[in-house]
Design a protein around this ligand. Structure first.
Ligand code: NAD
Length: 356
């Protein structure tokens, strides 16, 4: 297959981990005879420095025309002044809005060999395989907001329409069909009108998916259940803010922030794929960042935007394989254990793709 993939390496460790994800994509292309055109564009802090714009128009145009976009991370201390007019994160928010990315998918893979690194008891982690589906362009982060008086009163508004809830619910229900067939929908229907609408809309859409088991949970009790018995859940569907908080809470299960991938999807096949972590300025430039979150994001790109399920599964199997063999970047290596570099980890995973 032919595909045009835009790379946005970004700042800090972004370029380091994106280079390894690129190595993997090139190996997949070679093995399967695919023609991937990979093209890098500036975005984030580096683009502020060079173009006075965190999302230069040429970068935005390239992303909109691409089959998929793979991002490293943006931001860093150099651009973190909250009063600055131009901020790297604004580039990312604008890109999500411009590409119409309303569904954020965050799998939390728990590799058995990494269980000792998570703060939960290893027996609680057995069989954990979660997929968060978070609504990304609505809810309280996007509702009307206002400061009143002398700034001593402020309000934000939680707004959802049935159409917004239904389209993200469909993403979750479809995803569950390819997994264990369960969706846990999160709300606060006992208190908030918008969340009663959420529950009604999810229930309505779910009636067309009788093969998927849907349960409804109040967010506060669910936050506790998620840590008490994470293996009970499969797909977790939530609005923008609850999804943001719960997916960060669940990240702890994977052992390191460097392990987690994400996909942000539109109504078509196009998507933006990025590791969950930021630009990690504390370790940038040292060649020690864990590239697995970026590499698993590339696997999601193969699956969701290019429909290459076999290749995506091969990449995921290669990651599990290197971890089973005991290969570790510094974030996964307890004191004293030999750690390998970002490049060595990327190369080790690439070498195992296709069972090599
Ligand atoms: P961070 O995710 O960059 O780092 C948090 C901790 O995790 C650090 O100790 C870091 O060393 C470690 N870490 C992160 N990624 C790692 C990896 N791949 N391998 C090994 N260790 C890793 O979060 P932060 O320090 O709060 O933010 C740093 C900058 O990144 C900020 O400017 C922030 O705004 C930005 N940020 C960007 C994104 C994004 O681009 N989507 C997301 C979050 C934060």
């Amino acid at each position: 297959m032919q595909a045009n993939i835009v790379l946005l390496p970004g700042d800090g460790v972004g370029p380091e981990v994106t280079a390894e994800a690129t190595r993997v994509l090139n190996a997949v292309a070679e093995l399967g005879g695919h023609g991937f055109q990979l093209e890098s564009h500036p975005m984030g802090g580096n683009a502020i420095d060079d173009f006075d714009n965190p999302l230069p128009p040429a970068t935005l145009a390239a992303c909109k025309a691409a089959d998929a976009v793979l991002l490293g991370a943006v931001g860093g201390p150099k651009w973190s002044d909250p009063t600055a007019e131009l901020r790297p994160e604004q580039g990312l928010l604008d890109l999500r809005a411009e590409m119409g990315l309303f569904a954020n998918l965050r799998p939390v893979p728990v590799f058995e060999s990494l269980a000792p690194f998570a703060p939960l008891k290893p027996e609680l982690l057995r069989g954990v395989d979660l997929l968060f589906v978070r609504e990304l362009t609505g809810g309280i982060y996007f509702g009307p907001r206002q400061e009143q008086g002398d700034g001593d009163v402020a309000h934000d508004t939680l707004v959802y329409s049935t159409a917004e809830v239904e389209r993200v619910a469909r993403v979750a229900l479809r995803a569950a069909r390819g997994r264990r067939g369960k969706v846990a929908s999160i709300d606060k229907a006992n208190v908030l009108a918008s969340m009663r609408l959420w529950r009604r809309s999810v229930t309505e859409v779910a009636s067309a998916y009788p093969d998927v088991e849907v349960s409804h949970h109040l967010v506060d009790a669910f936050a506790m259940q998620l840590m008490r018995s994470p293996a009970d859940y499969d797909v977790i569907l939530a609005g923008n803010m609850f999804g943001d908080i719960l997916s960060d809470e669940a990240a702890i299960l994977a052992g390191s922030l460097g392990m987690l991938p994400s996909a942000s999807l539109s109504s078509g096949r196009q998507g933006l794929y990025e590791p969950v972590h930021g630009s990690a300025p504390d370790i940038a430039g040292r060649g020690i960042a864990n590239p697995i979150g970026a590499i698993l994001s590339a696997a999601m790109l193969l699956r969701h935007s290019l429909d290459l399920e076999t290749e995506a599964a091969q990449v995921e199997a290669a990651v599990a394989n290197v971890l089973d063999d005991g290969l570790r970047t510094a974030d996964l290596a307890p004191d004293g254990q030999a750690a390998i570099s970002t490049t060595e980890m990327g190369q080790a995973i690439t070498d195992r793709i296709g069972g090599a």
